[in-house]
Design a protein. Sequence first.
Length: 398
Amino acid sequence: MIKCISCGAEYSLEEIIYTCKECGSILEVLIQPNVSKDIFECRKSTMWKYKEFMPVNESKIISIQEGGTPFIKCNRLGDDLGVKLYVKVEGSNPTGSFKDRGMSVGITKACELGVDTVGCASTGNTSASLAAYAARAGLKCIVLLPSGKVALGKLAQAMFHGAEVLSVNGNFDEALEAVTALALEGRLYLLNSINPFRLEGQKSIGFEIVDDLGWRSPDRIILPVGNAGNISAIWKGIREFHQASFIEDLPRMTGIQAVGACPITNAFRKGAQEIVPVENPETVATAIRIGAPVSALKALRAIYESDGYSETVTDEEILDAQKLLARSEGIGVEPASASSIAGLRKLVDSGEIDRGEEIVCIVTGHLLKDPNTAINACKEPISIEADVESLKKILDDL
């Protein structure tokens, strides 16, 4: 069933609904199958390995083999920081971000419901993923993007997969308000993270982390927070495995926001249950440039329930961490993804994270999602003559 997280009102899984009819709050899907974790053995390593925990009809699954992303032990960086560090590389999903997990479930549900048009507002990754999965399912797709605020790699994906792309003269929050109005009129099926089925796919990140660790929880999971669906989804997935007695312990969920777009961190610092939206949010990390995250209530609940934390990082700290991860571990991520690494460094320095903790950092999108930022952060290529002596001089200076 679908249940309101505030007043507890219940709705059918077959109802097209985005917020509670009684109180207007956000919704979540409740599912707790009675299965043994042994059932997952020998299955292909995609998120559908855990299909019993996905609230959709197995015969209608729309998939491009999402999930099963690399789980990399980062010894060099971890040793430098004094922690045991793993990085979950979500940029290895089909369209290059974690959004593919939620979109697989969301588009599957759209097909179950018999809709013919899907839509979203996006800072980039959601639109790229929705366009690809809508194409896979044969559905019409419309995406609204804030004008001039979307990295070119993401814009190219949305356009190339055939979505109708509209550039909105406003920010993400204004674009979401507009597309939500269309959804409420029944003109399209909304697949932003306010749709509770989106998070049902994204919770599989949590499933994979504990599976990768041999059916145990890390001490802490750190991830970027923008529209705030992912932190609550991962917490939901891990709690479901805990409730099924697959694991004994739970992690502390730690959300990182950019200084220029940090309503959840602001609320956390006050011990508040609700956010005050940030007007005109701004950060180089376009994927988390969101001032009024729709899943804020869920995110704060995940942080408080897990005895977790929320912190901010500057654009400079984000870009430094992006380069550090690439050059120390060979993992290339877009700026928003690097905020998890930047947050880890800051929390270790402040003493919030203890030396020796086992940490999983989620990096949410591939480096090539925002190639311009990566290029601008590097020196120009060295121009030389095409001869061996010139090359030797360069090598001698390395």
